[in-house]
Design a protein around this ligand. Structure first.
Ligand code: T3D
Length: 263
């Protein structure tokens, strides 16, 4: 299935994978208010589609996303920046973090400003060797937003996050790999295939276990050890009664790959 939720956001679902493409290449996929609404809608469509087991987020053309459309900000009728975040950016980040399916960021080029924040909010990132990350907020007299002050220190550590946020230096794909920010770096041509291969692996895993892993890993960032131990026991108790767990045990004993159905 392929649908244009709006011209600038494309959603395609095939073989249990939803691919969401930021599709405004002439402006390096800079985000307008309609695009932000459509992006939330695309994640919601993926969330409720029970056939979707993994999501890829990528950009059309040579950029992943150049962040906020700065021309749109020149409109005297533009909302205040606080409203912009509360009404349009924060819902995207919440939708991404709350999505039960894992999101793979296929970072095909520059990810700047809120575009970098979108990349950081993905569960995994794979980069083209032409990709780079730049916070770019400071040069506009702004602070990092769309969750970057929460995600980036957790991904690369507080010292590197402070350097990236305060100096606004671009981070190359190679350096992002060294820091563990991205899982792998491939050529731009190989990126869609590599992202799909990772998405396929996730799409054949037990969906409830994947969703719970995503949820617990995020919750663990903000909780103490006792809370994490209790949450793991509660989730494991539930998953231990699932037919997918039975299938995993049977597959081990029968020396074959498991066939998870989501039960
Ligand atoms: O403001 C709020 O609502 C609060 C939220 C803020 C969140 C944010 O995202 S703040 C950060 C906003 N983004 C930026 O500051 C990045 C601005 N862009 C750049 O610094 C550069 O374009 C890049 C480093 C990303 C890429 O540079 P380069 O040399 O490869 O491309 P370019 O020539 O600068 O851009 C190509 C075209 O895209 C160009 O259009 P033109 O002249 O060919 O018609 C350029 O204007 C356009 N473009 C790039 N970024 C944006 C943009 N148009 C609108 N908004 C952009 N952010």
């Amino acid at each position: 299935m392929s649908s244009a939720i709006e011209p600038a956001i494309r959603l395609e679902v095939a073989d249990a994978i939803a691919t969401i493409t930021l599709d405004r290449p002439e402006a390096l996929n800079a985000l307008t208010i309609p695009m932000k609404r459509q992006l939330v809608a695309a994640f919601e469509t993926a969330r409720i589609d029970r056939t979707v087991r993994a999501v890829i987020l990528t950009g059309a053309g040579r950029a992943f996303c150049a962040g906020q459309d700065l021309r749109e900000r020149l409109d005297p009728a533009a909302p205040s920046l606080g409203e912009e975040l509360r009404d349009h950016y924060n819902p995207i980040i919440r939708a991404m973090r709350a999505l039960p399916q894992p999101i793979i960021g296929a970072i095909n080029g520059v990810a700047a400003g809120a575009g970098a924040s979108l990349a950081f909010a993905c569960d995994l990132r794979i980069a083209a060797d032409t990709a780079s990350f730049v916070l770019a907020f400071g040069r506009l007299g702004l602070v990092p937003d769309s969750g970057a002050t929460w995600t980036l220190p957790r991904l690369v550590g507080p010292a590197k996050a402070a350097e990236l946020a305060l100096l606004d230096e671009p981070l190359s794909a190679a350096e992002a790999l060294r820091l563990g920010l991205v899982t792998s770096v491939v050529t731009a041509d190989a990126l869609p295939g590599e992202a799909r291969a990772v998405a396929n692996r996730l799409a054949t895993a037990a969906p409830a276990a994947v969703a719970e892993t995503k949820r617990l890993m995020a919750a663990g960032q903000a909780s103490d050890l006792e809370t994490a131990l209790a949450a793991e026991a509660e989730a494991q108790d539930r998953l231990g009664r699932s037919t997918d767990h039975d299938e995993g045990l049977a597959a081990f004993v029968e020396k074959r790959p498991p066939r998870f159905t989501g039960g």
